[in-house]
Write a protein that binds this ligand. Structure first.
Ligand SMILES: Cc1cc2nc3c(=O)[nH]c(=O)nc-3n(C[C@H](O)[C@H](O)[C@H](O)COP(=O)(O)O)c2cc1C
Length: 282
């Protein structure tokens, strides 16, 4: 197999900046595709190519699924009016009038953690779906849909499309569920905007912390990340400066994410909404 050393070095440089990089990566086309990921938030006004959605779904369905229960669904919103309505619903939860990457996407994919089929199939057979009352069932469907979506994102990127995940769809989980007629025992875990990347606004590969921050061997080392923070801040700063983004630190962003209720944007109501949908989270 041909290994494109220049591509490998360039991608590792972008992913880690001047931080310590793993020297022993087993490079191949799949790994290269994964390391090339960056979120895309500017799309050309074009429909998805024929078969792109089906390719993404086949990739999504090829992800592992807990106990082969297939507890996820995808609602692909391509109707411009509905996409606009969903975009506006979410925009109202954040300080903006319009979220362009939602409204300008070729498709707004709503990834549904979905135990509704399990519930219906159980009831049809005269069973009582008591297991669905437990938090683990909720988590199982949430994990399944996340794995499926990640596979779909890689398939999309392999076709030259761009994606961005949209946790912000949970800001108005109840309204979103109503707009797409979700049944009981299901909820939109997150959205994903997909479309043709606008070449005049290319996404950038966003750095990640050096591997020892996330990789522990045998036992968790709680203190170790601290010695890598400076290097990660430098990589993040370089990324932000290269893209004319405001200068804020990663640790500052972490702090804001854990201390400001603005960060929640309505997601503080998620438990009530999920319980309304039938999950008891016991
Ligand atoms: C579950 C999840 C939810 C996300 N939600 C949003 C979102 O609502 N809006 C947004 O612009 N980006 C969202 N993102 C994208 C992240 O901001 C992005 O992945 C992160 O900044 C790293 O950048 P990269 O994907 O370009 O590597 C989300 C990502 C994930 C995994």
């Amino acid at each position: 197999m041909i290994v494109y050393e220049d591509t490998k070095a360039a991608l590792l440089e972008q992913r880690y900046g001047s931080q310590q990089k793993p020297a022993n990566i087993h490079w191949n086309s799949q790994v290269e595709a994964m390391l090339s990921h960056c979120s895309v938030r500017t799309f050309l006004p074009k429909a998805l190519p024929d078969g792109a959605l089906e390719t993404m779904v086949a990739a999504a369905q090829s992800a592992s699924t807990s106990s082969a229960l297939n507890q996820w669904s995808l609602v692909a919103v391509t109707d411009p009016e509905l996409k606009h309505q969903l975009g506006q619903t979410i925009a109202r939860t954040v300080p903006t009038d319009r979220i362009p990457w939602i409204e300008d996407s070729s498709a707004l994919l709503l990834w549904v953690a979905d135990a509704s089929r399990s519930a219906a199939i159980t009831l049809e057979q005269g069973g009582d779906p008591i297991v669905l009352n437990y938090l683990d069932s909720f988590l199982m469907a949430s994990v399944d849909v996340t794995l499926a979506a990640q596979n779909a994102s890689l398939a999309a990127e392999s076709m030259g499309l761009g994606i961005v995940f949209l946790g912000v769809m949970r800001n108005a989980a109840k309204e979103v569920a109503e707009l797409i007629s979700l049944p009981p025992f299901s909820f939109v875990a997150f959205g994903m905007a997909v479309g043709h990347p606008d070449p005049s606004h290319p996404g950038g590969i966003r750095p990640r912390p050096a591997q020892p921050v996330v990789l522990h061997h045998n036992r968790y080392d709680q203190e170790r990340y601290k010695q890598y923070l400076e290097g990660y801040e430098a990589a993040c700063l370089q990324f932000r400066q290269s893209r004319d983004m405001s200068e804020k630190t990663w640790q500052g962003a972490v702090l804001a994410s854990t201390t400001s209720m603005d960060y929640m944007g309505g997601r503080e109501n998620l438990r009530a909404m999920v319980e309304e949908k039938g999950f008891k989270l016991s």
